[in-house]
Write a protein that binds this ligand. Structure first.
Ligand code: ADP
Length: 210
């Protein structure tokens, strides 16, 4: 079973993804974690993305798609993947579909964690005070929220048209959010076909002008 954790920055995607790793033996693919690791290692990639990330902007599609492709190639026998922080643009979602097809797998379920902006700002302010993550400063966070609203939120109709999208209340406590997610995944079954309501051809072209 392959799951996309969807939601604005600080919605709790990473927290829930990690729980699913232990509970369901899935592999978490967090582009944010991969990029932060690159940054920390001081590699060429790290140097290239550091400023972009600190400002709260999105790293190029090309870079993150290559990171995901590498992981899919390296884990041919995985039970399933949880995509955390990826895809973040329509181009990334389309690339992911192509990569999944290449490996004869598919995205089974997209879980949207719904958290209102006010709560997000509260969470991020607290995290900035506690951990000092550079992109949690108020200026960068504004840029991240804006990137989510303009570049990532357009993916919602993409996945909802495929019948894969479920919304979960991300304002509840961590355990309650996990329970809601478990319910969604168990209802879908293990790899069950939830694409029955897939759009007719031409839908995306109409939607995104592509
Ligand atoms: P959050 O979800 O809290 O914003 P992430 O750890 O997912 O944090 O991402 C941190 C930063 O890494 C993003 O602001 C962006 O600069 C970069 N990043 C992560 N994933 C992607 C992606 N799929 N596409 C482009 N940039 C990304």
């Amino acid at each position: 079973m392959n799951i996309v954790m969807f939601g604005p920055p600080a919605a709790g995607k990473g927290t829930q993804a990690k729980k699913l790793v232990t509970e369901r033996s899935l592999i978490q693919l967090s582009t944010g974690d991969m990029l932060r690791a690159a940054k920390k290692s001081g590699s060429e990639l790290g140097l290239q993305v550091a400023g972009i990330m600190d400002r709260g902007e999105l790293v190029s599609d090309e870079i993150v798609i290559a990171l995901i492709e590498e992981q899919l190639d390296m884990n041919p026998n995985a039970k399933g993947f949880i995509f955390d922080g990826f895809p973040r643009t329509v181009a990334q979602a389309e690339a992911l579909d192509g990569l999944m097809e290449k490996h004869n797998i598919k995205v089974d379920s997209v879980i949207r964690l719904c958290v209102d902006d006010e709560a997000l700002v509260k969470r991020i302010t607290k995290r900035f005070e506690e951990e000092g993550r550079k992109d949690d400063n108020p200026e960068s966070f504004k840029v991240r929220l804006n990137a989510y609203n303009t570049q990532t939120a357009p993916l919602l109709p993409y996945y909802s048209a495929q019948g894969k999208l479920t919304e979960v209340n991300g304002m509840a406590d961590i355990g309650a959010v996990s329970a809601s997610i478990a319910q969604v995944l168990d209802k879908n079954g293990n790899g069950a076909d939830v694409s029955a309501s897939a759009p007719k051809k031409g839908f995306f072209a109409r939607l995104f002008g592509g």
